[in-house]
Design a protein. Structure first.
Length: 415
C-alpha cells in the first residue's frame, strides 16, 4: 500500500475519536501544539535552513525564499495563530436551524466535521500549522502534502505537533504528513475517494488547475491571486498612493498582493509620474501600456500574458483606462475572482464596483492585503476560496464543517 493510502487510512480511523471530543479537549491539544513549536524551534529552524539553502542553490527567487523562511519571530507568530484558534468559537455542534413540521417532527440542522481533509500546498510551512490547527479544532483529521521546497521544515514541524498530540486526547494519527513530494503522490491523493472527504489545494495556478481538473475527490478551490486596484478620477492622491503601495510592496509574495494597477486617465494625467516614482523608490519593476510608457521612460511593455500572471514579486502592471466600465472589463478578463479594489470618492462608482465585480472580496478605499483569515477575525485560514459553492473568501472554522439534520419524532410515519 502506498504512503498516501496508509496515512489517509490512519487519519480516517482517528475521526471516530475526534468526533467524540469536547471543545475543551481540542483546545488543550492546540495549546500543547503551540508550546511544542516554541520548544522545538531550534530544530525546526535548522530544518528550514536546509530548505532555504537547497532553494537558493536551485535558483529560487528571493521573494519565494521569503515565503519559505522561518525565524524565531515567525514561529512565535505561527504558535500565536494556534492560540488564537483556541479563543475562537467551536462551530461543531452549532444549531444552524430548528423548526417543527405540522406533523410534529422536530428538525434541527447542526454543524458537523467534514471527516478527513486532504491539503496539497507549496512552499509556506506556516500552512502546515494553520491547516492542522483549523482541521483539528473542527474535529477533522488532516492529511498534508506540502511541496519539496519546504519538506525538511514540514517534517520537523509535524514531528513536533504529533509529539504534542501524544499528550492530548486527540490521536496523533489525526495529523498526517505525506513526505513523498513527487507529483505522483499528489496525483494519487486526488483519487483517494472513500479515504479523503475533500481536498483543498493551496498554491500557484498550475497546482490548483491540476487538482481541479484531475481530482475525483471533492475539491474546495482556492484561487491564484491576480488582484487589481482601480484608482478612479476622484480618488484622493494620498489615499491612492498609500493603498497601492501597500497592496504591492508590503508583502508581494502572497496571493492578496496587487498585480495590476488600473488608473483612470484623469487621475493619471495629474499623478502618474509622481506615483511611478514612488514605485521606483520601492524597487518595483513597472510593465505598462503605451500611454504610461510615454510618460514613464523606465517602464517596459506589458502584454496580455503579463496581465494574466501572478508575479508574487516586485513587478507591477500599470494600465490607463477611460472609465469604471473599462476597469471592470479588464478585471473580468484577467482577474482570478480573489480580491479587487476601487479607490474613489464617488459613492455611486464604489457601489457599482462592489456590486458588479465578481470576486471573493471587493474593497472600497482599502488595500487588498486585508483578504486574510486573521484580518477578518477568523484566526488562521485554511485558504481563500474563489469558488462559489460551500465556502468563498478566507476560510475559517465554519468552512471546515458540513451539516447534518437531526429529526426527533414520537412515532410519525409517512402516509
Amino acid at each position: 500500500m502506498s504512503e498516501a493510502k496508509i496515512k489517509a487510512t490512519a487519519a480516517g480511523t482517528a475521526t471516530a475519536v475526534l468526533g467524540r471530543l469536547t471543545t475543551a479537549q481540542k483546545n488543550e491539544a492546540l495549546a500543547l501544539m503551540a508550546d511544542a513549536l516554541i520548544a522545538n524551534q531550534a530544530d525546526i529552524i535548522a530544518g528550514n535552513d536546509i530548505d532555504i539553502e537547497r532553494g537558493r542553490t536551485g535558483g529560487t527567487s528571493e521573494s519565494l525564499l521569503d515565503r519559505l523562511r522561518l525565524t524565531p519571530d515567525r514561529i512565535e507568530a505561527i504558535a500565536g495563530g494556534l492560540r488564537e484558534i483556541i479563543e475562537l468559537p467551536d462551530p461543531v455542534g452549532e444549531t444552524i436551524a430548528r423548526f417543527e413540521r405540522p406533523n410534529g417532527l422536530q428538525i434541527e440542522q447542526l454543524r458537523v466535521p467534514i471527516g478527513v481533509v486532504g491539503i496539497i500546498y507549496e512552499a509556506r510551512p506556516n500552512v502546515t500549522v494553520d491547516a492542522a490547527g483549523l482541521c483539528l479544532k473542527t474535529g477533522n483529521a488532516v492529511v498534508l502534502r506540502g511541496g519539496s521546497a519546504a519538506l525538511e521544515s514540514n517534517r520537523r514541524i509535524v514531528a513536533a505537533l504529533r509529539g504534542a498530540l501524544r499528550g492530548s486526547d486527540i490521536p496523533e494519527d489525526a495529523l498526517q504528513l505525506i513526505e513523498d513530494a513527487s507529483r505522483a503522490s499528489a496525483n494519487e491523493m486526488l483519487k483517494l475517494n472513500g479515504l479523503l472527504d475533500v481536498i483543498i489545494p493551496r498554491g500557484g495556478a498550475s497546482l490548483i488547475r491540476n487538482v481541479v481538473e484531475n481530482a475525483t475527490v471533492p475539491v474546495i478551490e482556492t484561487g491564484a491571486g491576480i488582484c487589481h486596484t482601480y484608482v478612479d478620477d476622484t480618488a484622493d492622491y494620498g489615499m491612492a498612493e498609500a493603498i497601492a503601495l501597500n497592496a504591492k510592496v508590503q508583502r508581494p509574495s502572497v496571493c492578496n498582493s496587487m498585480e495590476t494597477l488600473l488608473l483612470h486617465a484623469g487621475f493619471a494625467e495629474q499623478h502618474l509620474t509622481r506615483l511611478a516614482d514612488r514605485f521606483r523608490e520601492a524597487n518595483v519593476e513597472l510593465r505598462a501600456d503605451e500611454i504610461v510608457r510615454s510618460r514613464v521612460s523606465w517602464a517596459t511593455a506589458a502584454t496580455d500574458d503579463d496581465y494574466a500572471t501572478e508575479y508574487n514579486d516586485y513587478i507591477l502592471n500599470v494600465r490607463i483606462v477611460d472609465n469604471l466600465d473599462e476597469a471592470m472589463a479588464h478585471i473580468a478578463r484577467f482577474g482570478t475572482k480573489h480580491s479587487e479594489c476601487i479607490v474613489t470618492q464617488t459613492q455611486a462608482n464604489a457601489e457599482r464596483f462592489l456590486q458588479e465585480v465578481d470576486a471573493a472580496a471587493v474593497y472600497h478605499n482599502a488595500s487588498t492585503r486585508f483578504t486574510d483569515g486573521f484580518e477578518f477575525g477568523f484566526g488562521a485560514e485554511i485558504g481563500i476560496s474563489t469558488q462559489k459553492l460551500h465556502a468563498r473568501g478566507p476560510m475559517g472554522l465554519p468552512a471546515l464543517t458540513s451539516t447534518k439534520y437531526r429529526i426527533i419524532g414520537n412515532g410519525q410515519i409517512r402516509g
